[in-house]
Design a protein around this ligand. Structure first.
Ligand SMILES: [Zn+2]
Ligand SMILES: [Zn+2]
Length: 335
């Protein structure tokens, strides 16, 4: 038997839940979970905001643990390895996207906690490709949020080849934004944080921002045309026309947070200066490995609050109310 915490109905609290452990496929590994981060997507799944949820629903896609059992075709040297699993836990392996190494764009992609039980569990079974080794330098509790929050904001730097001589603005200073700031700083970029919360100034500067800028402030106006890249982690509606004015010619606004309304942008804002708007979603297993190695070397770490799994509902409430500073992590052996 496996056990963990499940939301039994749409929008419900997470309750202790037991289910039959499934046998391992030949390429699968069973991971004994020690920690699992909480991501806003877990809340969306619990609330069935995307109309894809099935109940009982065991959330969790920032899972970290130790491989305790391997399938018949998995190298036994992986037994005892400390690994993590993010949003994605399977892809077809043979489509053009998979063959190019872009597994996260695979149309057959499977998610760790959609139509299967996720990481709020004692054990988790996934294909070995998606159980990714964690460098020794990164503690298990801190590794969790890197597997979804971390890779979400790391991928734009790689995909857009953001360079050290460039200026990057991070919109939103939360679970994603505080990691994006650290990555931008570690890559050597000149980095600004944009936030409505002046109270986060000290932390923004500590994470490497030159300044924390309020939307529409006088500093905001002065920074028009200044940015090579803006990375928006904000899931609220912003004045996108004003934001685009921050971009230098050929600058790019990259969205990783989803604005609830269609973007209200004049075509001329993009045409003049050849500015671009782009999106980005998680990352492939190779990039997750690369990001973990980069974090191990550079010191990029999530700021976390760890609670025992028994307090899962308190932790979820903090995420719901945007009170997490900046990422909640659940642990089995935490008191
Ligand atoms: Zn997530
Ligand atoms: Zn594929």
């Amino acid at each position: 038997m496996n056990h963990g915490f499940a939301s039994l109905v749409q929008g419900g609290s997470c309750e202790p839940f037991h289910w039959e452990a499934r046998p391992l496929g030949s390429q699968e590994v069973r991971i004994h979970i020690t920690h699992c981060g909480i991501c806003h997507s877990d809340i969306h799944l619990i609330d069935n905001d995307w109309a894809i949820s099935q109940y009982p629903l065991v959330p969790g896609h920032e899972a970290v643990g130790v491989i305790e059992e391997v399938g018949s075709q998995v190298d036994s040297s992986r037994l005892g390895q400390r690994v993590g699993v993010g949003w994605q836990s399977q892809s077809c392996g043979i489509c053009p996207q998979c063959r190019r190494g872009h597994e996260h764009y695979c149309a057959q992609s499977e998610a760790t906690c959609v139509h299967r039980h996720g990481g709020f569990a004692r054990d988790l079974v996934v294909h070995q490709r998606f159980a990714i080794k964690i460098p020794d330098e990164i503690a298990s509790a801190e590794a969790g949020p890197l597997f979804c929050g971390g890779i979400t904001v790391y991928t734009p730097f790689k995909a857009h080849r953001i360079q050290a001589n460039q200026t990057v603005g991070i919109l939103g200073l939360g679970g994603l934004g505080h990691l994006a700031l650290q990555f931008a700083n570690a890559f050597g970029c000149q980095t600004y944080a944009f936030s409505t919360s002046e109270s986060k100034r000290e932390e923004a500067l500590r994470y490497g921002a030159v300044d924390l800028v309020g939307y529409g402030s006088s500093t905001f106006q002065k920074l028009a045309g200044h940015f090579d890249f803006l990375i928006s982690t904000v899931s609220a509606d912003l004045d996108w026309s004003q934001i685009l004015k921050l971009l230098a010619p050929e600058g790019t606004l990259i969205l990783v947070g989803a604005s609830p309304k269609p973007l209200n942008i004049q075509a001329s804002m993009l045409i003049n200066g050849a500015r671009k708007v782009a999106g980005s979603v998680i990352g492939n297993p190779m990039d997750i490995s690369e990001m973990l190695a980069f974090c191990a070397r550079s010191g990029v770490r999530p700021q976390i609050e760890v609670l025992p799994f028994a307090q899962v509902n308190q932790a979820l409430d903090k995420v719901r109310q945007n009170q997490a500073r900046y990422r909640m992590v659940l642990g089995w052996d935490v008191t």
